[in-house]
Design a protein around this ligand. Structure first.
Ligand code: AQP
Length: 337
């Protein structure tokens, strides 16, 4: 029997760059716990990645690498549905249907589109404009209850909810589950090491701002050593006036599970240098096993391919059920099997 009493939770990373410490502490680390309590679908959204220019070889490598990172970080393919978005064609199919019910004005208001499109000059890809509709499709296909989203994706989830409510109203009240934002019990927003007011990001043009999950121990140490700190020398938690120090404290808290106040107390009388060295060591110890296990898995893509095939088949079965229901309620003639 397929029906699960657990609530459906869905989350993904865009393989638009190498995964960062931010992706690990803000997403992957939580996923490893959430898979025990929820019916989780975790995937790599390669169709979202191509809304901006990608080098084909790098995209393929990064997609495999992202999946290897998930597993190395504790995501267990036997306890969740793990797949690549483009392996489940229903995502693009439902997105087309949702496009026919989304208004230009709604998409024009999306702040992420406004930000990203300014970088594209005159030739803005339609896919970039349409990105939130594909995200709505990702979510609605699986009758998802809960979606853990960062601040910058909240507007997209709001659109997903509006679309679900609109289509339920037009066609059938039980067409789509209306998803809710999920705030994980432990969350961390990790900022750039070079600009602690900006989020640590995969596609940051300054590689020193982000720690990548593939970085060597030495690269991690060097990056954290040259992290921008703040004026003064006292280690206190003051996000507004000492964002660089706050970021290092946040990283330590997210890795160790300790409270920031507890960490601050342990640094009484110490200098920024101590904080940097110890943060670097904690990050090295946290990422080393993930890097090593990922590299090991990437040597044997056949095993990874087998896992991904199984995940895609299971996802596709669920997605097809929703897609058929939508097509039927809309008056499309269903293909007889
Ligand atoms: N710095 C971060 N701190 C905490 N959580 C983060 N996440 C990303 N960066 C941080 C979380 O990772 C998940 C996947 O995010 P994503 O890759 O789909 O997109 P993003 O949030 O837009 O990440 P980037 O790195 O900033 O992407 P690019 O550079 O391609 O635009 C989400 O759960 C996100 O919250």
């Amino acid at each position: 029997m397929n029906a699960s009493p657990k609530e459906v939770m869905l989350s993904a990373v865009t393989p638009s760059g190498l995964l960062t410490l931010g992706n690990y502490l803000g997403a992957l680390k939580n996923w490893a716990h959430l898979q025990n309590d929820y019916d989780c679908l975790f995937f790599a959204v390669d169709l979202h990645a191509i809304t901006t220019k990608q080098d084909p070889k790098e995209l393929r490598d990064r997609t495999y690498r992202a999946l290897a990172n998930y597993i190395a970080a504790g995501v267990d393919p036997d306890h969740c549905t793990l797949f690549i978005q483009s392996h489940v064609p229903e995502h693009a199919e439902l997105a087309w249907i949702l496009n026919c019910h989304t208004y230009m004005g709604e998409l024009s208001r999306m702040t992420q589109y406004k930000d990203k499109s300014t970088k594209e000059g005159q030739s803005i890809p339609v896919g970039l404009f349409d990105y939130p509709v594909l995200m709505a499709s990702d979510i609605l296909l699986y009758q998802t209850n809960l979606v853990p989203v960062g601040e910058d994706q909240k507007q997209h989830l709001e659109l997903t909810r509006d679309l679900a409510i609109r289509m339920n109203h037009h066609f059938d009240e039980d067409l789509f589950q209306v998803p809710e934002v999920f705030i994980p019990p432990v969350g961390a927003r990790i900022m750039s090491l070079q600009d602690p007011l900006a989020k640590m990001s995969k596609s940051d043009s300054d590689p020193h701002g982000s720690v990548y999950l593939s970085d060597s121990d030495d690269q991690i140490r060097k990056k954290i050593k040259r992290a921008v700190t703040d004026s003064g020398s006292e280690i206190i938690d003051d996000e507004q006036n000492k964002p660089g120090v706050h970021n290092l404290l946040t990283i330590q808290a997210a890795i160790t599970g300790k409270k920031i106040s507890e960490i601050v107390t342990s640094y009484a009388g110490k200098q920024y240098g101590h904080l940097k060295v110890e943060t670097a060591e904690l990050v090295v110890q946290a990422l080393k096993p993930i890097r090593e296990k990922s590299e090991e898995m990437l040597k044997d893509k056949t095993t990874l391919d087998t896992l991904l095939k199984k995940g895609a088949e299971s996802a596709s079965k669920r997605a097809a059920k929703t897609l058929k229901k939508v097509q039927d309620r809309m008056g499309l003639v269903l293909k007889k099997s």
